[in-house]
Design a protein around this ligand. Structure first.
Ligand code: GLY
Length: 365
């Protein structure tokens, strides 16, 4: 079953965006890979950008910037930067949920289709915009991935400010998680306390709030009117993770991948499952073999489920996994699609018709 979204007012062949913005990329050159296999861009219109459901502002910004002449890689990084700076999104950047020690550790990756260059950072602390740091890795080094303290020092060398990323809301969520871990440790659960933390009597209304939990992330891919594709993925990762845990987002081919001859893909949700199936690489390969963006996402979800059946603890029953993964695909000609394990997920897209949320296809009912 295909839920593909056909091209809308897409893409007049034009060199304006690709050429103009490459100067701003510093270390990225304009060397192109092989000739596109995808259909030529043939209708007047706009760049197209796709993202996870938390990226409506990101796709809107990305398309605005790209249509104004920016390279897609700059559009997607600037777009996700809005979400990285938003304290209310607890899955990304500032305000993201911390690791088990209460420290926010961020992962991000960026890929630039025309040069096939990638940049990535993992476990970076105290830097609000890891996607922009990943872009600096791509632009200014001969490396692909820099992690931990080295990533922080690299970011500082490039002038990124040191910032405390743990908001009060995220700190309180982490504290509730820590107190609820076990009735046998020394961190008392709220119902074990003689007094509530605010000094009111035990049982007073408002003491117990749910502990938020997320694998949430933002992925954003874009293609301009000349067929240049770029993408990035940025995240605070699995909430309350073991310090140093790296998810799929900064792994090229897992949380994000671009082949400028074919398109881009990205993932959100349980990163371990995406890594173990090379999720984004597999989506792009499937599109290269002729599957539509949505069908490519569904095929990779099926393979994730099939691989997960080998670890029974990951399954809620014989067929259905106990976790969600949402996949996003953007083809070079502007066709796009997204699929999740379960119904109810939405993704964001922007093109010449504006920015909007659409329903993801789903593997299970
Ligand atoms: N997909 C984000 C993560 O697992 O870290």
């Amino acid at each position: 079953m295909s839920h593909d979204h056909t091209r809308r007012q897409f893409l007049k062949t034009s060199s304006v965006a690709g050429v103009g913005a490459l100067g701003a990329l510093g270390g990225v050159t304009s060397a192109s890979r092989a000739q596109p296999r995808a259909k030529a861009l043939d209708a007047p219109g706009s760049a197209v950008s796709i993202s996870s459901g938390n990226g409506l502002v990101a796709v809107r910004r990305a398309v605005e910037r790209i249509n104004a002449g920016a390279d897609p890689v700059l559009g997607v990084v600037e777009g996700v930067g809005i979400v990285e700076a938003d304290p209310n999104d607890m899955t990304v950047g500032y305000g993201g949920l911390p690791n088990e020690r209460g420290v926010v550790q961020l992962d991000a990756s960026v890929m630039h289709g025309p040069t096939h260059k990638a940049g990535s950072v993992a476990c970076i602390e105290n830097i609000m915009h890891p996607a922009a740091v990943a872009l600096k890795v791509l632009q200014t080094t001969d490396h692909v991935m820099i992690v931990g303290r080295g990533a922080y020092e690299f970011a500082r060398a490039h002038g990124f400010p040191h910032e405390e990323l743990l908001t009060e809301r995220a700190r309180k969520a982490w504290l509730r998680w820590k107190q609820n871990q076990s009735e046998r440790d020394d961190w008392l659960d709220p119902d074990q306390m003689d007094w509530n933390q605010d000094g009111t009597e035990v049982g007073a209304a408002g003491e117990q709030q749910p502990v938020p939990f997320t694998y949430g992330t933002i992925h954003c891919g874009a293609v301009d009117t000349s067929g240049s594709v770029s993408a990035c993925t940025t995240t605070s990762g699995l909430s309350y993770k073991i310090p140093g845990r790296v998810g799929d987002s900064p792994i090229i081919g897992a949380g994000m991948y671009v082949d400028n001859d074919i398109g881009s893909a990205g993932a959100t949700g349980r990163g371990e499952a995406v890594i173990q199936s090379c999720g984004s690489f597999a989506i792009v390969q499937a599109m290269g073999l002729g599957l539509s963006p949505t069908d490519a996402c569904l095929r990779v979800l099926k393979s994730i489920v099939s691989n997960s059946k080998r670890q029974k603890r990951l399954m809620q029953d014989a067929e259905r996994p106990g976790f969600n993964v949402i996949l996003y695909a953007l083809r070079k000609d502007g066709a796009y699609g997204s699929a999740a394990m379960f119904p109810g997920a939405r993704f964001a897209v922007a093109d010449g018709s504006g920015a909007r949320l659409e329903d993801c296809a789903s593997l299970f009912d």
